[in-house]
Design a protein around this ligand. Structure first.
Ligand SMILES: C[S@@+](CC[C@H](N)C(=O)[O-])C[C@H]1O[C@@H](n2cnc3c(N)ncnc32)[C@H](O)[C@@H]1O
Length: 261
């Protein structure tokens, strides 16, 4: 969960990662595909991808909604610049904050968002914003993160210093309760653990930077590590090594909501 003063730092880190994001966002692409497969069949004129990053999902979204106008919104200008390079057809891209959606009420048929809402002020607030802009009969489909995400990263650093190296995420149960208490009708809910394996701690930490996940929102460490500290971090990650390498796990929620007419 972020506050408005942290938005520039979040946007800058994603912008810094933007040019290499597409090559390294392996897990993010898997999650996006899962979420796509859960979209209901419905006709749509306006489909918005909120926190769209470089819009890697646009071709599949356009296949799913062939006649729809696609709109990509993101806090990071750098991500949208990448999106405009990738784009072959005319698309509408706009810098925007999911916490203050610059969209008219009841104007969107499908609001899609993959792995972006965990950076916002809180799920309850986003659900209200989304409920205002989605038209009656429309859909909000999103993936987000829950407690259990990046646990190995948290534990590996815990023995090194007292700073935070990961963000806090609400539990699956807390997020489920918020959904049930919202004005939305819950159509689908899945909690899964997605994981990647890396040959080394160095490769794992690099992946976090290359996908912009390295913004720690409170009590973050500033400054570089000494060589000895870095070796200690690497050794600490080794305790988690499995046959396929050092794991990086994301506790992921997939949610599809319907706005009743
Ligand atoms: C992990 S990336 C996901 C990008 C894309 N949805 C994907 O799955 O590849 C998260 C994206 O959310 C954006 N983001 C973070 N906070 C946001 C906010 N408050 N409003 C809009 N976008 C935000 C970031 O700039 C980044 O592009």
């Amino acid at each position: 969960m972020s506050s408005s003063s942290e938005k520039p730092r979040i946007a800058n880190n994603f912008s810094r990662a933007a040019s290499v994001y597409a090559d390294h966002a392996i897990l993010q692409k898997q999650v996006e595909q899962q979420l796509l497969s859960m979209l209901p069949a419905q006709s749509a004129d306006t489909v918005v991808d909120l926190g769209c990053g470089p819009c890697l999902v646009f071709p599949r979204l356009q296949e799913h909604y062939p006649t729809a106008k696609l709109i990509g919104l993101d806090l990071s200008y750098g991500m949208l610049r990448e999106a405009s390079k990738l784009s072959k057809r005319q698309r509408c891209l706009c810098v925007a904050d999911a916490d203050q959606l610059p969209l008219a009420s009841n104007s969107v048929d499908v609001l899609f968002s993959s792995l972006a809402l965990q950076w916002c002020q809180g799920l309850q607030h986003v659900l209200q914003q989304a409920h205002r802009v989605v038209r009656p009969g429309g859909t909000l489909a999103f993936s987000t993160l829950a407690c259990g995400t990046l646990d190995e990263v948290h534990q590996a650093w815990a023995s090194i210093d007292d700073y935070e190296h990961t963000n806090e995420f609400a539990t699956v149960a807390e997020q489920y309760r918020l959904l049930l208490n919202s004005p939305w009708q819950l159509q689908a809910f899945r909690a899964r653990t997605e994981q990647l394996h890396f040959p080394s701690a160095k490769a794992l930490l690099k992946n976090l930077r290359q996908t912009g996940v390295n913004t720690v929102l409170s009590n973050a460490r500033a400054g570089l590590l000494t060589r000895n500290q870095y070796r200690a971090v690497e050794a600490s990650f080794e305790q988690f090594r499995e046959a396929s390498g050092i794991p990086l796990r994301y506790r992921t929620l997939y949610v599809v909501l319907h706005k009743p007419k």
